[in-house]
Design a binder for this molecule. Structure first.
Ligand code: ADE
Length: 243
């Protein structure tokens, strides 16, 4: 797949593109990431990419012409154009999965007080990475690129993304490695037992308990099957008898 990022701060992506997962994706040829400097599309001797808002108000607004020309330089027929903006729909793992199946996504990073509203008309969607305001869309674009590239075939080990938090509607279970005991904290006995079915049950129970505690919104949306109901009931009964 191809990812084009339109930004006024291309230097922001220099070290990002060298991160192992991103670099592996590019080296293996599963993704082609191009960083496009919107400033190169600004005309006139001042090449200004921003201006004051019509109607007055604080701050500056990104002009639409340089963005329009930058978009035209990268877009092909089926390019999926995304504006990163705090006004967008909240980005999610399911969006990442959807983008990982898309041939070309174009990420436009907004700045200043925002972009000229006409830019929104050319977009397929607007996305926000959370309910807070960043100085610009660059960090949000990196979040999208990272979460998509790691899903592409051949970038990570096979199946290593399928049990992660958010993949199946639950948070991931806790993981441990050596040593078995550290600073008075030990690894749960069941994980050392070698008993595959018991380990699977323990992990699923932990996922359910963690999701219920930390993400009640996700837990509410999740439909428990018979096995999960039983495991949760058993964990709740265990807790009651230990209290
Ligand atoms: N630009 C500024 N804030 C943002 C956010 N929360 N998500 C995406 N882009 C942004």
């Amino acid at each position: 797949m191809k990812i084009s990022v339109l930004t006024i701060f291309p230097e922001f992506f220099e070290s990002f593109l060298k991160l192992p997962v991103i670099k592996r994706g590019m080296d293996k040829g599963v993704c082609d990431i191009e960083i496009v400097d919107i400033k190169n599309f600004a005309h006139g001797s001042f090449r200004h990419i921003d201006d004051s808002p019509f109607g007055g108000g604080p701050g500056m607004v990104m002009r639409c012409q340089p963005i329009f020309d930058a978009l035209n330089s990268v877009c092909i027929e089926n390019s999926h154009k995304i504006l990163l903006s705090p006004k967008g729909k909240t980005y999610s793992q399911s969006k990442a999965r959807e983008f990982a199946l898309t041939d070309h996504i174009v990420l436009v990073c907004g700045h200043y007080e925002g972009v000229d509203a006409r830019v929104e008309e050319w977009m397929d969607e607007q996305l926000s990475i959370g309910d807070y305001v960043l100085t610009g869309g660059e960090i949000a674009a990196q979040v999208v690129v990272d979460s998509v590239v790691r899903l592409l075939q051949g970038v990570l080990r096979e199946n290593s993304t399928t049990e992660e938090s958010h993949e199946n509607g639950l948070l991931e279970y806790p993981q441990y490695t050596q040593p078995r005991e550290f600073n008075g904290l030990s690894v749960p006995e069941v994980l050392l037992s070698g008993h595959k079915a018991k380990i699977d049950d323990w992990r699923l129970t932990q996922s359910l308990l963690l999701t219920r505690e930390f993400r009640p919104d996700m837990f509410e949306r999740y439909e428990l099957n018979k096995r999960e109901k039983k495991l949760l009931e058993a964990a709740d009964n265990d807790k009651k008898s230990n209290d």
